[in-house]
Write a new protein. Structure first.
Length: 211
């Protein structure tokens, strides 16, 4: 009877571990979905509020077209401030690498597993354009029209809080993006930099989580 008990015990442990693993994976996916949904609701709410306050007349599509039409002006501005531009690019890369490595090791330390799935990809790759349109283009336009002081600080605070957990790297990214937009006034350029940060973060986390 003892061998049978041993076999049953081992079988029970294996099944339990598998159930726990499946449960944790499912819980991670559900958490990711809910977080993404909550983030979308916050963005929609903030978009409606800012649009109502600003009465911003230009759609996202028209904003992109208008921004593209002045690409020569943006390139010229970049050429006249190469040090600032390449410093922002270098800082973006460094921030993406350092922040994601720290997040990875902190999660490992506390036994947290990052769930990287289709929702994560969509959120990381699509969010930059929407965020830059709301938090930079619309927000800066409103502040300039209403002569609001310290609007960059306000922009960084709102941008950080919109990410639910205002981590230090989000605050730093918010500062860089706010100053970049103030200097070049370009939705496309800001989106590219923001997209670069998210893309690097995804690649780094995929590499670090690769078994």
């Amino acid at each position: 009877m003892k061998p049978k008990k041993g076999i049953l015990t081992v079988g029970y442990v294996l099944v339990s571990k598998q159930l726990d693993a499946n449960f944790l994976q499912l819980a991670g996916i559900i958490t990711n979905v809910l977080t993404c949904a909550l983030g979308i609701l916050i963005y929609i709410w903030m978009y409606k509020r800012i649009q109502k306050k600003t009465e911003y007349p230009v759609s996202l599509t028209d904003t992109i077209k208008n921004d593209w039409s002045r690409k020569s002006e943006v390139f010229s501005s970049i050429g006249n401030s190469k040090l600032f531009f390449f410093s922002i690019l270098a800082a973006t890369v460094a921030l993406a690498v350092v922040s994601n490595i720290i997040i990875f090791f902190v999660e490992r330390r506390f036994g947290i597993s990052t769930q990287i799935n289709v929702i994560t990809y969509i959120e990381y790759l699509v969010a930059p354009l929407i965020e830059e349109y709301i938090f930079r283009t619309m927000f800066f336009d409103y502040c300039e029209k209403n002569t609001i002081n310290r609007f960059i600080l306000l922009n960084v605070i709102i941008f950080s809080l919109a990410h639910l957990v205002p981590m230090p790297y989000v605050i730093i990214l918010g500062i860089m993006l706010a100053y970049t937009y103030k200097k070049y006034n370009s939705l496309i350029l800001n989106t590219i930099i923001h997209f670069l940060f998210n893309l690097l973060g995804m690649i780094i986390m995929l590499i670090l989580n690769y078994d």
